[in-house]
Design a protein around this ligand. Structure first.
Ligand SMILES: NC(=O)c1ccc[n+]([C@@H]2O[C@H](COP(=O)([O-])OP(=O)(O)OC[C@H]3O[C@@H](n4cnc5c(N)ncnc54)[C@H](O)[C@@H]3O)[C@@H](O)[C@H]2O)c1
Length: 307
């Protein structure tokens, strides 16, 4: 079976996604599309010339319509955040691009993975504009924030990040929520871990929340971690592994939330973000998730819904 992955928007993020996808060996064909056509042909040639060093795959720059015959398409088109700007400030410009791409994806048979920011709002805009099932339009959401949290906790506890079961949910942005209450390590609640001090939690949550801003203030973009996150999501999707991931999708009743895209733990299988899980939360965490949904709903309202 030939697996084709499309990437729309081949800038810093799109190229990092392409490199990670090629190394992961899940795709036989990686198809790149960007309005900067010549540059994209250059990126495809550059990536393909490294083909001795990743599992067999071809890389091509294509017209948008060629992407309609792929298994998954990544949307990383649009501009990046500027220093000092929140993700919501990006909304107006990137909403126009997302709505246009969504409309062009009507009838698409694969899974759409939205990466562009603000990712939750754009996930909803793409889902609405494309009229695809809510399960098949996934935002990377707080998968990146969860990875950042696990990396930081792993470094603190001197453990591999993969054995830290702690998640960030809600908005991929300032109103995100760390689920400290249900975090556990080795079958034990994190809060009962030797030497764990709950007084450190606000500081760690702030570091996770500010991680992108710190990187952007130093190098102008974030691209490597999101490239790895997106390639992992694609690998688990295409293989139908049914992992539980904190991805964003338009909600359909979990915690009473509807018509807002945000991240909650979700079973991700071959058909996309198939089943949302309501995690155990403290009353404060549930309140914070509801607040995150309100922030996102208000931001969505603030842009005229593109038709
Ligand atoms: N979700 C996350 O965790 C996460 C992490 C990092 C970056 N991002 C977001 O990813 C997006 C891309 O970031 P970047 O650093 O690669 O930006 P970039 O400017 O380097 O690349 C964006 C690319 O999109 C292209 N583009 C714009 N409009 C297009 C259209 N209509 N069709 C096709 N291509 C189009 C541009 O030509 C450009 O090549 C930004 O919105 C950024 O905020 C998200």
């Amino acid at each position: 079976m030939t697996v084709r992955i499309g990437i729309v928007g081949v800038g810093s993020v799109g190229t990092s996604v392409a490199v990670s996808v090629l190394h992961s060996g899940i795709a036989n064909e990686v198809l790149l599309h960007d309005i900067r056509t010549d540059r994209t042909v250059g990126e495809a040639l550059d990536l393909e010339q490294g083909s001795s060093f990743y599992p067999t795959a071809t890389v091509r720059a294509v017209a948008f319509d060629n992407l309609l015959d792929t298994d998954a398409v990544v949307l990383s088109a649009g501009r990046n955040g500027r220093p000092g700007e929140t993700r919501l400030d990006l909304l107006k410009d990137n909403a126009v691009v997302a709505a246009d791409l969504g409309r062009r994806l009507r009838g698409y048979r694969g899974v759409v993975v939205v990466v562009s920011n603000p990712v939750d709002i754009l996930t909803r805009i793409v889902q609405e504009a494309s009229a695809l099932p809510k399960t098949r339009v996934i935002g990377t959401g707080t998968m990146l924030d969860t990875a950042r949290l696990r990396q930081m906790l792993g470094a603190m506890l001197q453990l591999d990040p993969r054995v830290i079961h702690a998640s960030v949910v809600g908005e991929h942005g300032d109103s995100q929520v760390v689920l400290w209450n249900s975090a556990h390590v080795g079958g034990r609640r994190l809060r009962e871990w030797d030497a764990w001090d709950p007084a450190d939690e606000p500081h760690i949550a702030a570091r996770v929340r500010g991680a992108a801003g710190e990187i952007i203030s130093r190098k102008g973009v974030t691209n490597h971690a999101i490239g790895l996150v997106t390639a992992a999501l694609l690998r688990w999707l295409v293989r139908g592994e049914r992992r539980i991931l904190t991805v964003s999708r338009v909600q359909d009743g979990a915690f009473g939330l509807n018509d807002v895209a945000l991240s909650l733990p979700c079973i991700v299988g071959a058909n996309g973000a198939e089943q949302v899980i309501e995690p155990d939360t403290s009353p404060e965490e549930l309140e914070a998730i509801r607040h995150s949904a309100e922030v996102l709903a208000a931001a969505h309202e603030s842009v005229a819904p593109p038709t």
